[in-house]
Structures are given as C-alpha cells and as structure tokens.
Design a protein around this ligand. Structure first.
Ligand SMILES: Nc1nc2c(ncn2[C@@H]2O[C@H](COP(=O)(O)OP(=O)(O)OP(=O)(O)O)[C@@H](O)[C@H]2O)c(=O)[nH]1
Ligand SMILES: [Mg+2]
Ligand SMILES: [Zn+2]
Length: 372
C-alpha cells in the first residue's frame, strides 16, 4: 500500500542508540515543506487545503510525523507538509510542522481536569450556539464559552436557534448589558401545504436539513466576512443546519432525543468550510456537539473579563478581593443590589461566582485534540 511508504518512522534520520527519538540537530529542516490549512482531522488523518485560492488548490491528506506525536493539530492550523503533496487519491503526505497560532480555542473536559483539549486554531470569532428550546439553553454554558473566548483573544457572538419553538427573550435578558452581538435564528415560515417544519425538530420534506429563515441566515452571514469563525454548542442545537444554510454544504443533521433532550452527536469531527462569495480567508468551522466546557486552563483572574456588565463593580472591593462566594465585603454585591447590572444582575453574579468557585488552579499539562 502506498501508505506504507510514508510510515511515520521515516522521520528518523538514522538509528539512534538512545532510542528512536531523533536528536534535535538531526531533524530535517523541511525547508521544502508546503503550507496547508487544516480543514478536518479524522482518526489520525489530517486533511489540509494547499495552495488555497490558486489554480493549484487541492486537498492533501497527511499523517502526523513521529516528532509531532505529542502536538495537537486541529482545524484551522497552518501546517508544513512534505512527501507526496500532490493530493492525488490514495496518497499520504507527512505533516512535519505546525505554524505558530494566532489564537487557540481550548477547553478541558471539566474544571478539575488539567488536560487541555485544543478545539480550533486561528479562529478570530466564536459563535456560541444555543437553542431557544430542545435542547434547553443553559446560561452556564454560554458564560463558560464567553470566558474561553475572551481568554483566547477570540471575539464571541451568540446565536440562538429554534426561535420558532420558543421566544428567547428571557434568555437574552441575561446578556442585554454585554457588548455581545446576538443573532436569533428560526425555521422558515411554512407554506400552506406545510412541507417543512413539522414537529419540534424541523426537517425538510426530504428528511434533509431544516429550512432556515433567510433573514436569520443573512444576519449571521453578515458577521462572517473576512473572519475565521467557529461554531460551538451542545449537540442538537442546529450548528450543522446553520453551516449548511451558510455554505450550501451537506453536513448530516440529526434529531434531538425526545427522552433525554440531548442531541445524538450527529457530527463526529470538526470541519472547516470556506464561505464562497466572501473575501478570501472567510471560513466557518462546524464542530461536534460538546457536553461541557471545562475551564481548568483559565486563570481565575481572567474570568471576570467575560462579565463586562459586572466588571466596573469591583471598584468598591477591598484590595486583593477574589470576588468569589467566600469574599467578605465584595463590592459586587452592593453594585448588583443597587441595580447597576440590571434585572439580570443577581443571576449574572451567581454565574460568575459559580465559575470562580469552580476554576481549577492547576497548571495544564498536555494539549489534546478535541474528542480525544
Ligand atoms: N425547529 C427547529 N429545528 C431546527 C432548527 N435548526 C435546526 N433544527 C433541527 O435540529 C436538529 C439538530 O440539528 P443539527 O444541525 O444536526 O445540530 P448540531 O448542533 O449540528 O448537532 P451535533 O452535530 O450533534 O452537535 C435537526 O433535526 C434540525 O433540523 C430551527 O431553527 N428550528
Ligand atoms: Mg452537527
Ligand atoms: Zn470583589
């Protein structure tokens, strides 16, 4: 098989008495490597787009070189590729380098798990996706995602789907004082013969993706030009449905289990898709549904930045105040009680304190790929 030729071990220059790992100075410089943008990762195979936006543009599938065994490579990464980079069927290139990242969106499995998982690299926008209903939205998830976005230097947006099922006004009241762009989406009005939109999870008559309201899709689309945007949310909230509407792609979409209220994890790996008719470099990345958003990797001092509506309230705090539930005379209590953070203030403060109480202090160790 052609694959055999490019076994990872061919990175090794010559047998090394002390083990199989090459000494640094023996490593090839790979100056001839071509650069590609990773669009998807699946079971150890890395698919990159090479010579993007040129007539030579192609997809190249690669295996990670042995020396990168412990390096996470995720969609959005720019990588160096050597070997057979023709992109012809059944060829396998070798991924020998990961370029320095502008941003890296990370999460941990839970707040005490020090192992970070890399989600996507080089995104400059994060669309936090929640459904108005089915599955029920959770402000805790949104707040965590906001923390992760700010921590990574990524601009967050909130997308509320399935507004045809429930008015999201109550949910959105929590975020009215944040400088946060919100897009609300729903299915298209059904015509009299009711082709689409039957049942709580709308499907096309052909069983394909729900037909979404054009205006809602256009509203999100307007935020995406010139950006690399990642969609993140629980399973079943409609990420892939939206990506299909934005790109004309045909990502599988699935239902939400009526008993558990959970999606079925229809998408199993992240996929970056180019936005046609947008400036070059405009990409949207669909990700598999995630259950939790652990923040073990985030310094607790940075959590407050995701609560811009509360942040001014710490002026009344004693020096060194941690603003957490154990803090005595934290200025935030008076600030919120005086109505400075609006009606949602008490809920927002409670959410902040949940995160401050949960934040692990341990140093993260390894970075794993999402889902591993
Ligand atoms: N009623 C209604 N249903 C929707 C809407 N958007 C998506 N759906 C339905 O919700 C279900 C789940 O959609 P998906 O796009 O597969 O959800 P996902 O977020 O990609 O899920 P995972 O891939 O598992 O993470 C599908 O049956 C969609 O047709 C909407 O605005 N309204
Ligand atoms: Mg999906
Ligand atoms: Zn305080």
């Amino acid at each position: 098989m052609a694959q055999r030729e490019w076994d990872e071990s061919d990175v090794r220059i010559r047998p090394n008495k002390r083990g199989t790992r090459p000494r640094t100075k023996d490593r090839p410089s790979h100056e001839d490597a071509v650069v590609g943008r990773i669009v998807t990762v699946d079971r150890g195979r890395y698919t990159a787009i090479v010579d993007e936006d040129t007539p030579q543009e192609r997809l190249v599938v690669a295996a990670r070189a042995r020396e990168l065994r412990r390096t996470a490579v995720v969609p959005g990464d720019f990588v160096g590729l050597v070997g057979d980079v023709s992109g012809r069927p059944d060829t396998l290139a070798r991924l020998v380098r990961v370029q320095e990242r502008e941003t890296l969106l990370r999460r941990s499995a839970d707040d005490t798990d020090p192992v970070e998982r890399a989600v996507v690299a080089n995104a400059d926008q994060l669309v936090i996706v929640v459904a108005a209903a089915n599955p029920e939205p959770r402000t805790g998830f949104i707040d965590r995602a906001l923390v992760a976005a700010y921590d990574a230097g990524i601009e967050p947006l909130l997308l509320v789907t399935k507004a045809d099922l429930k008015d999201p006004a109550e949910l959105l009241a929590n975020y009215s004082l944040l400088p946060l762009t919100v897009v609300v989406s729903r299915t298209a009005e059904t015509d009299d013969d009711g082709a689409a939109g039957a049942g709580i999870d709308a499907r096309g008559a052909d069983g394909a993706s729900a037909k979404l309201d054009d205006e809602a899709v256009a509203a999100l689309r307007a935020e995406l030009d010139g950006h690399v945007t990642v969609l993140l949310g629980h399973s079943g909230v409609g990420k892939s449905t939206m990506v299909n509407a934005l790109t004309g792609a045909d990502r599988a979409t699935g239902g939400v289990n009526a008993v558990t209220g959970r999606g079925r994890h229809t998408s199993s790996s992240a996929l970056a898709l180019r936005l046609e008719d947008s400036p070059p470099g405009s990409w949207i990345i669909d990700t598999p549904g995630i259950r939790s958003f652990g923040l073990a990797h985030v310094d607790p001092d940075r959590i407050l930045h995701a609560f811009a509506d509360l942040e001014p309230g710490i002026e009344g705090c004693a020096r060194g105040c941690r603003h957490d539930a154990a803090a005595v005379e934290c200025g935030l209590d008076a600030w919120v009680a005086a109505g400075n953070a609006g009606e949602a203030g008490p809920a927002r403060l409670a959410s902040l304190r949940r995160l401050l109480g949960a934040g692990a202090r341990e140093e993260p160790q390894d970075t794993k790929e999402l889902g591993s």
